[in-house]
Design a protein around this ligand. Structure first.
Ligand code: ZN
Length: 290
C-alpha cells in the first residue's frame, strides 16, 4: 500500500531504470480523479492495446473513446521499448476485478484465480498498455519486453514492492486475455532478477547542443538529411508526430503536417502554422545535433 508517485518521481524512476520516456501532451494533469479515488496504490498492471502504430495508439490511450474516456493507462510501451506517458492519476484501464487478487497483491502472496469482478482496480493499479494486436501472432520484440520489465521494476523499486506486485489484466478481471504472447510468470521472473540488481542508470542525457536552424529553404521536397530524421523524432516526442512510417531523412508531407502540429502546439495558426519550420519554433523544438 502506498501513496501514488508524483509525476516527477514516476518520470525519474523510469529514466533511472534506463528507459526512453516521452511525455505526451499534458499527461501530468490528465486523469479521471474527478470520477473516483486514486490510491492507495498496490501494484502495476500490464495490458495489450489491440492496436498497431505508435502515434495512433498513444493518442487513443490519451483520449480514450466515447464509451471509455482517457486516459486508458499511465503509459504506453511501444514496440521499440520507448514509454509514452499519457496519464497521471486515476486511469480507465483495470475496471472491476477480483478483490481476492487485490488482497494477494497487497500481501505479495500467490495469486488466486480471478473469478469475481467486485473491486475497483483503477484506484489501485498503475496501468501500462503495450502496443500489440493481441491475436497471438503479433510479435513481442525483446526491446518491448525489456521495457515492460524495466517499467515494472522501476515502480516496484520506488515503492519497495517485489515482482509479485505486477500482474496482467488477465489475472485481474474475469474474461480478459491481455497481455497475450508471453506469460506473466515469466515476466515476473525477469522483474525479480532485475530487482536483485542495481538499476541501469539514467538513459543518456539530452545533448547540450542543438541543431541550428538550417533556414526555411532547407525544407523542400527532395531534401534528404539526418537533420530531418532528428527533427521528426523530436516532433514524435512532443506528441506532434503525424507519421504513418518514419520519421526518416527525406522531407515529406508527413514532416510538414507533423511540424504544423508543433506550430499549433506553440500557439501559431493560419500561415504561421503551415508546417515549414521557422527559427523560433525550430529553436523551441531543440533538435539534437546530428
Ligand atoms: Zn487490458
Amino acid at each position: 500500500m502506498a501513496t501514488p508517485l508524483t509525476a516527477d518521481r514516476l518520470l525519474k524512476a523510469l529514466r533511472d531504470e534506463g528507459l526512453e520516456v516521452h511525455e505526451y501532451r499534458d499527461w501530468r494533469t490528465h486523469n479521471r480523479n474527478s470520477k473516483g479515488p486514486w490510491g492507495p496504490v498496490n501494484g502495476v498492471m500490464i495490458h495489450h492495446t489491440v492496436t498497431r502504430g505508435t502515434d495512433s495508439s498513444v493518442e487513443l490511450c490519451y483520449e480514450g473513446h466515447a464509451s471509455l474516456p482517457g486516459p486508458l493507462c499511465h503509459g504506453v510501451i511501444d514496440k521499440s521499448g520507448a514509454v509514452h506517458l499519457v496519464g497521471n492519476g486515476r486511469a480507465n484501464h483495470a475496471g472491476l476485478g477480483d478483490g481476492d487478487v487485490l488482497r494477494a497483491v497487497v500481501g505479495e502472496s500467490a495469486l488466486p484465480a480471478d473469478n469475481e469482478a467486485d473491486t475497483d482496480g483503477n484506484r489501485h493499479f498503475y496501468g501500462f498498455e503495450c502496443i500489440n494486436l493481441g491475436d497471438g501472432e503479433d510479435p513481442w520484440p525483446e526491446a518491448q519486453k525489456l521495457a515492460i520489465e524495466k517499467v515494472s521494476a522501476a515502480i516496484c523499486r520506488a515503492h519497495g514492492w517485489t515482482q509479485r506486485s505486477v500482474i496482467g489484466h488477465l489475472e485481474w478481471q474475469p474474461g480478459k486475455i491481455d497481455p497475450r504472447g508471453f506469460t506473466m510468470d515469466s515476466m515476473r521472473g525477469r522483474i525479480a532478477k532485475r530487482l536483485g540488481a542495481k538499476p541501469d542508470g539514467p538513459a543518456p542525457e539530452p545533448p547540450a547542443s542543438y541543431e541550428p536552424f538550417p533556414g526555411a529553404d532547407f525544407f523542400r521536397n527532395g531534401r534528404e538529411s539526418k537533420i530531418i530524421t532528428a527533427m521528426g523524432k523530436r516532433l514524435v516526442a512532443e506528441g506532434c508526430g503525424r507519421y504513418e512510417e518514419g520519421p526518416g531523412p527525406e522531407w515529406t508531407e508527413a514532416d510538414r503536417t507533423s511540424y504544423a502540429a508543433w506550430q499549433r502546439k506553440l500557439g501559431y495558426s493560419g500561415d504561421d502554422a503551415d508546417g515549414i519550420p521557422g527559427k523560433t519554433s525550430w529553436d523551441k523544438l531543440r533538435v539534437p545535433n546530428v
